[in-house]
Ligand binder design. Structure first.
Ligand code: JFZ
Length: 408
């Protein structure tokens, strides 16, 4: 992706942000992984597909969707306290239910549920108040509710679908609606790709025309996004020379499942975030709220712990990227980088008081080393190509102690 100045200007905040909150919320939070008393395996938001639930049956969930505990400010506050700079929430997922006020179908949260409120309008307000960027996930290709959308072959005959009509007369107008009614949308997050480059290009041109600042993710397909999305929960082996993002679950599902308690620990999340940034990427970490409109308490607990670490060490993450030195896979540290500063993230503390930064020669000309947490000065010396830093007896942080090496 050459240095296109328009794209550079558009994506600059996103590169600086590095850490965002993904929210998968919809009717699938009601069954929460169980259908007719049977636990349905796999990710919760796919229950309609996994259990081949007919549209007529799945639609009935809308009448039961009443998330009275939904508090947009609370959600945005948690994201902000967690150190997350942007939120991407599902405006429409594969099940086709619209979580915003749309005029293109009555199958939406305002018209079809007892709740009757528009959570996207309330999140827009809360994000503006807290200075957090807001983006929308929109399933442009899979729509199991729409007769011409892709993916539902248990209600609809695939051969009779007119996908082009669905895309041009339903999906694109809805995206225009989102971009126009919830200004300024920071990210348009598409998924699974678009069947043809022509249709993908039409959608991109629409977004550029209606909201030129909106960053488009890679899953619009055909290389037309502003950055690439790697596979879910998959961190690349080594740094990528392009802007990239990994969508990550906090447990093993995107949509809420009542029996999925496999939460990552705060220390694990800090390590994942640092690994992603050390390879030049962004982490979009997911929460699946309940049908009552609450963020699962264990998830909030983890995020707030991560936020505490970022309050002290955010300098080594926000706007940082891959360092110009190779870190062996089994090294007890990772490195992030800003011009003039190498951040050494120590996860395995050297009890002999000497941290060895392997083959740092050529990458850094150290002039100073200190602990990021409290600026404590640290002495250092070369041993061949390795930089030896004398460190205190104990780590300064249980998750990750960051040492800053200022370099010429
Ligand atoms: C998709 C969705 O199907 C899923 O429900 C969730 O929204 C997730 C974030 O994205 O799942 C994918 C999409 C792409 C890949 C894997 C799962 N991929 O490219 O490997």
């Amino acid at each position: 992706m050459g240095q296109d100045p328009v794209r550079e200007r558009r994506i600059a905040w996103w590169r600086q942000a590095r850490f965002g909150l993904f929210i998968h919320w919809g009717l699938y939070a009601i069954p929460a992984g169980v259908w007719k008393g049977r636990a349905i395996p796999g990710i919760g938001e796919w229950i309609m597909h996994r259990a081949k639930i007919p549209v007529r049956e799945y639609e009935k969930l809308a009448k039961r969707f009443n998330p009275v505990k939904f508090d947009a400010e609370e959600w945005v506050r948690v994201a902000k306290e967690a150190g997350m700079k942007y939120i991407v929430i599902t405006a429409k997922h594969h099940d086709g239910f619209c979580m915003y006020d749309t005029k293109y179908t009555d199958y939406n949260i305002v018209k079809a549920t007892p709740f009757g409120r528009d959570p996207m309008k309330e999140l827009r307000k809360a994000c503006d108040k807290e200075g957090v960027k807001l983006g929308f996930y929109y399933s442009q290709t899979l729509d199991w509710h729409h007769p011409d959308g892709m993916g539902n072959d248990w209600d609809y005959d695939p051969g009779k679908k007119n996908f082009g009509r669905y895309f041009r007369e339903y999906a694109m107008p809805q995206v225009e609606e989102l971009l126009t009614n919830y200004r300024t949308v920071a990210v348009m997050w598409f998924d699974i790709g678009t069947p043809t480059p022509e249709l993908a290009r039409e959608m991109v041109e629409l977004v550029r025309r209606v909201s030129p600042d909106a960053v488009i993710n890679g899953r619009i397909g055909h290389g037309l996004g502003d950055y690439i999305d790697v596979g879910d929960n998959r961190i690349p082996e080594s740094p990528l020379p392009v802007d990239w993002e990994v969508p990550m679950t906090l447990n093993d599902t995107w949509g809420f499942k009542s029996y999925d308690h496999n939460w990552k620990s705060p220390g694990r999340v800090v390590q994942i975030l640092v690994e992603v940034v050390s390879k030049g990427g962004n982490l979009l970490l997911n929460i699946g709220p309940t049908a009552e409109g609450e963020l699962p308490e264990p998830a909030v607990k983890v995020l707030l712990e991560v936020g505490k670490w970022l309050k002290e060490n955010g300098e080594s993450v926000y706007g940082a990227g891959a360092a110009p030195l190779h870190v062996p896979g089994d090294a007890p540290y990772m490195c992030t980088w800003k011009p003039g500063k190498l951040y050494v993230h120590v996860f395995g503390w050297p009890w002999d008081g000497e941290l060895v930064v392997f083959s740092a020669k050529g990458a850094v000309k150290p002039v100073r080393a200190y602990l990021l947490k409290d600026q404590r000065e640290l002495s250092f010396r070369w041993e061949g190509a390795d930089l030896i830093i004398n460190v205190p007896e104990r780590p300064a942080d249980p998750f990750d102690t960051v040492i800053v090496v200022e370099t010429e």
